[in-house]
Design a protein around this ligand. Sequence first.
Ligand SMILES: O=P(O)(O)OC[C@H]1O[C@](O)(CO)[C@@H](O)[C@@H]1O
Length: 431
Amino acid sequence: MRVDIGNALASEADPGIDRDALDDLDERVADAHDRIARGTADDEFGYASLNLPERTDAAEIEDAVAGFDPEAILTVGIGGSALGAITITEALAGDSPVDHYALDNVDPAHVNRLLDDLPLDETAVHVVSRSGTTAETLANFLVVREAMESAGVDWAERTVVTTGESGPLRDLAEAEDLPALDVPEGVPGRFSALSTVGLVPAAMMDVDLDALLAGGRAGADALTGSLYDCPAYAYGAVAYALDQRGASVNAMMPYAEGLESFAEWFAQLWAESLGKDGGGQTPARALGATDQHSQLQLYRAGPRDKLVTVVRPRERPDSPIPETDVADLEYLGGQDLGTLLDAEFEATEASLAAAERPSVRVEIDRMDAESVGRLLFDVEAACILAGELYGVETFTQPAVEWGKKAARGLLGGGDFEEADAVREKTELVVE
Ligand SMILES: O=P(O)(O)OC[C@H]1O[C@](O)(CO)[C@@H](O)[C@@H]1O
């Protein structure tokens, strides 16, 4: 990925970072890089994520799905067990005749509708859970299995599982002799896109896994001890530095429909990794050019608490705009939609600079496997670098457990004080 931090400098934006501070920050980046390199070399929990492009066995994944020839793929998983997979197929398999859906919520209306619409006898199911115990994923899987059985479809023939070495999902896979892949050791879900967790649907949709992983390896080779020659670290360091100066929100705004889910994937990565000890930068999802017509007013004229990250592929397919003699539209005629979108991208970036609002430009060459693999890897490395600078435990998410216990307690799944707290809610109802 290519990163341009020019519009985040104090000479251009408020909050902004001045050159001297950037130089000082670069010294901390060097130390952080040493820590990251050590953790990666020792396969330490979390840091091991950066070994995935080297370690992930594309052939193993392709072999595991070789028997599947679906019209539709249903990923049953949540958070890191769904977002990477959806991000990759949305970015790279748009032309595939196969559709990929994620069942990453337990909304009955949506689940019923999806199962009604899906050709269940032509659907492959990928059940993914690192822990093997996530309530939403297992509940959804039980519902999907029941729907397939009711439709007379042999669900076991159509299911592949990715999970940890033990747990209910692993037991089910063994009991039913389902094809099962292992989640990578020492890699938190949100950092596992370039592994079995994120690549099974992509393999079924003929995405070039080797090119994706090659992109990741190029990212790994590009990790150096300086933000001045490592785009991943430049992004992580500047996002961190701007947060320290008041930009507590990071609006991730890709200018490509194929990267809309990337912004959602980024939101989990950034929030769950850096949201600790009362700090962290709040990710906001946006899409260019669409959200110029909904969010930009706030980004330009609201509180000075945002970094806007604009992302684009430098190459786009052609989509010519026909000539027109409609008054005031002549300037569009003969152009291309991609040219218009790029003009919007540059104009939005400049409009933020004109209002002295910080933005960072992130570019990839094109929407191909190698470029997307590199983007995912670099953003993960940027997040790990930022975690070092924040001084937080980047790879765990202890704060999510309270709610899980409360929900489980409410459903009779055990005696949890958290469930009592739910029942003791303070009420002041207005209706
Ligand atoms: O893969 P699992 O264990 O089902 O977890 C799903 C997601 O839930 C979380 O643990 C948060 O609850 C995320 O970190 C993770 O990506």
